[in-house]
Ligand binder design. Structure first.
Ligand code: NAD
Length: 526
């Protein structure tokens, strides 16, 4: 796989519009000193109806390496017209794909998994370059994609419905699964291969055709993933990919009536807009979080600290399941904070490709500015900064691992998703108070409790309002055959495993009456 090789498809015959051409843009980037002087940037294309083509807009946007601020490629600034073309292509391909036996579709997905495995290292490096996460984490992102394509390939021989007795004699009742039709997939940048893979694998095994819009922060990962699907034999028109802004490409996918289902992963605010504007279609939302780890006074402290460091600072705090609140029993608060700070200060910030690096950069400049805003807010709210709190004064979007203490539940830093390496410690006197604090937010995605007491563990499992609860483990670490998703403002979807199949299939109820007479259900039961 090369970062610079794509089938150059036909360029549509429309006249160029007034926007900057890609070459003007390259020059502008050079002037801004964010592209190397002699670098000829590769222009990547949209994938519609089995062809790599330019956008009707004839405009491009850059994808930037967050570790050094260099441009790694130019991508089509897709628009509404492109989405409509993709929908037409998906519509044309639907009949043949939905009629392909599911086990045959599964064979193609298995091939995708095999190709991903073969290209794992290249893809991981590319992901680190585009998104910033450290290489071992990028490898695990690709591994998750391999796992989910393998799992969903197997679903091709299951896709189970149910059979159940009828209330009448000589009548058979069952449910079967049908594809939904054209599905729209809109994804974020923080798992630029795994999240599209969760959605694509489930959508395709169920027999849907797809219009896929990746995040504009990670379009290269999406392009490479689509190439692998094509190489594995996904037929023309079954997958279509449009890069470009949420405000045009995303909006058209959300509102287009031919798109029968939408699977979205991203922020709460975008999710809310989608919920209000999608119209009558099946909508699955995987949104943000403000996840907490409870550390009880009977916890294995070193283990809890390991979990807190990983949950708060892994992926530079840019996971929907990252822990941004540590709820600590007051009896162990001092010991916990001291050790937690020591560990945070030991973390090495740097480019994700360096083996010495523990923490990569944030995804972009806005993310750095957002962290800075919340550091100011936290200080003004009366929380005490224990460590971190600053960007690094070097090229790249680096921000120090940051710990606040003396945080209270009403503070914005305890309520709002920061999506960076910023965590607040909140002290509590009891398990009941810890659970109240844990639930005192609008989100409900992941959660964890560290305790040696089985009663504490079960009470937490029962009472915490979240889609996921870990006992004696961090808030991170989903497995593809188990459901993943949140409650409250964290969303409505459950992806992964058989519930992931539910997101992308319709259930049809079938009654077969072999009594050769008119039976009227409830009226004939007696
Ligand atoms: P985002 O909401 O800004 O963007 C997500 C996607 O939506 C992007 O592709 C974007 O271009 C598109 N988009 C933006 N506006 C749109 C619109 N009006 N209509 C349609 N599409 C639109 O989120 P992000 O910054 O890319 O990702 C970070 C967020 O994602 C965080 O809140 C994080 O918690 C969340 N997230 C959730 C999960 C989960 O599974 N629950 C997983 C990863 C990330």
């Amino acid at each position: 796989m090369s970062m610079c090789k794509e089938d150059k498809g036909r360029v549509r015959g429309k006249k160029r519009k007034n926007g900057a051409s890609s070459w003007l843009l390259v020059r502008r980037l050079h002037i801004l000193n964010i592209a190397p002087v002699h670098m000829k940037l590769m222009e990547h294309l949209l994938f519609i109806g089995g062809k790599w083509i330019k956008s009707y807009s004839e405009e491009t946007f850059p994808s930037i390496n967050p570790a050094n601020e260099l441009v790694i490629g130019l991508f089509q600034q897709g628009n509404e017209e492109d989405v409509r073309a993709a929908v037409d292509a998906a519509e044309s391909a639907y009949e043949a794909w939905s009629e392909t036996p599911a086990p045959k579709r599964g064979e193609i997905l298995l091939k995708v998994a095999q190709l991903l495995r073969k290209k794992k290292e290249e893809l991981a490096k590319l992901e680190t370059a585009e998104m910033g996460k450290v290489l071992p984490e990028a490898r695990s992102d690709v591994q998750e994609a391999i796992d989910v394509f393998e799992y969903m390939a197997g679903e091709g021989r299951r896709l189970f419905g149910n059979t159940t007795p009828s209330e009448l004699k000589s009548k058979f009742a069952c449910t079967i699964r049908r594809p939904i039709g054209i599905v729209g997939l809109i994804t974020p940048w923080n798992f630029p291969i795994a999240i599209p893979a969760w959605k694509l694998s489930a959508a395709l095994i169920c027999g849907n055709t797809v219009v896929f819009k990746p995040s504009s922060d990670t379009p290269l990962c999406a392009v490479e993933l689509v190439k692998i699907l094509v190489e594995a034999g996904v037929p023309s028109g079954v997958i279509n990919m449009i890069t470009g802004p949420g405000s045009s490409v995303g909006k058209e996918i959300v509102t287009n009536k031919k798109i029968r289902a939408l699977s979205f992963t991203g922020s709460r605010d975008t999710g809310e807009w989608i919920a209000q504007n999608a119209g009558i279609k099946k909508v699955g939302l995987e949104l943000g979080g403000k996840n907490a780890i409870i550390v009880m006074d009977d916890a294995d402290l070193p283990l809890a600290i390991d979990g807190a460091v990983w949950s708060a600072f892994g992926t530079t705090g840019q996971r929907c399941t990252a822990a941004s609140r540590i709820i600590v029993h007051e009896k162990i608060q001092k010991d916990f904070e001291t050790a937690f700070c020591v560990r945070a200060k030991q973390l090495v910030l740097g480019p994700g490709l360096s083996e010495k690096t523990d923490i990569g950069p944030l995804v972009n400049r806005q993310a750095v500015e957002k962290c800075e805003r919340y550091i100011d807010i936290g200080k003004k709210e009366g929380a005490k900064l224990l460590c971190g709190g600053k960007r690094l004064g070097i090229k790249g979007f680096f921000f120090e691992p940051t710990i606040f203490t003396n945080a209270t539940i009403d503070m914005k830093i305890s309520q709002q998703e920061i999506f960076g390496p910023v965590v607040s410690v909140i002290s509590v006197k009891s398990l009941e108070e810890a659970i109240d604090v844990c639930n005192s937010i609008e989100y409900g995605l992941s959660s964890a409790i560290y305790t040696k007491n089985i009663d504490n563990a079960f009470r937490a499992i029962e009472k915490i309002e979240a889609g996921i609860t870990y006992v004696n483990s961090s808030t991170i670490g989903s497995e593809v055959h188990l459901p993943f998703g949140g409650v409250k403002q964290s969303g409505t979807a459950r992806e992964g495993g058989i519930l992931g199949i539910d997101e992308f299939s319709e259930v049809k109820t079938v009654y077969i009456d072999y009594s050769s007479k008119l039976q009227k259900a409830q009226m004939d039961v007696g």
